[in-house]
Design a protein around this ligand. Sequence first.
Ligand code: AG3
Length: 286
Amino acid sequence: MTASFRETLHPGWGQTFEVGDILFELDTGHQHLLIFENPLFGRVMALDGAVQTTSRDEFVYHETLTHVPMFSHPDPKRVLIIGGGDGGILREVVKHPGLEQVTQVEIDAAVIDLCKQYFPAHSDGAFDHPKAHIVIGDGIEFVNTTDERFDIILSDSTDPMGPGEVLFTERFYQGVARCLNPGGIFAAQNGVPFLQLEEARNAHQRLGQLFADASFFMAAVPTYVGGAMALAWASDDPAIREQLSLDAVSQRYRATAMQTRYYNPAIHMAAFALPQYLQDACDQAS
Ligand code: AG3
């Protein structure tokens, strides 16, 4: 019999992976971490029974979460990443030539070490990039105490359970608001709203109290099953999103000459279109 892994993130229903070699299994003290091989998705990492990343489809998520905010901003120089221990977001952030500094705050050093070893293409050397500054620490503490200010803050967290839970609280969002520069943009993993509508509603309601503009953008990540994933968006200036043009995005994208596999300017503009059930949940929440 072949071994299998069944995701337990959504009660009553879950995707199943055939498990080839188990490469790593550990209780990190923060969470239960499992890395295994699957014939279709390559290497798969799960934390506490929820799929976090696979080598085959990670680019969809990392490119969208990074480049939609980065190319919406006219000139992002200072970036903060919360979580994101596999380095996929960091890899995409350092592709932006105008970047001056990126700080990443990850609570679990073990995740970074293991991902360097088992998912080297995720970070692709970015942890050693001269503009990258890695802090092992608590993201919520960091945003509430740092003197630094950022143009873009990206939260690449687990779902709101276990260590990721605090990254969906008012206190975290308040910290984000406090260290975002004027015109800055916050973006965050927010689950698949078809199955996790409450999480979208909560985030929207909390962010809406702190930011003039709170919304979502979307991407269909194959292994984040249950429909397209919602990525939270917040900024103090609604015009950044509402008046963004395809021309501006295309110009910024072309100027970097970067290679992407999912992201492009048309995807960028389309990502802001929300299904009506999510739009309605936002309207009720605000
Ligand atoms: N970040 C997002 C995992 C979320 C999975 N959630 C879900 N399917 N509802 C994982 C780390 C990627 N760098």
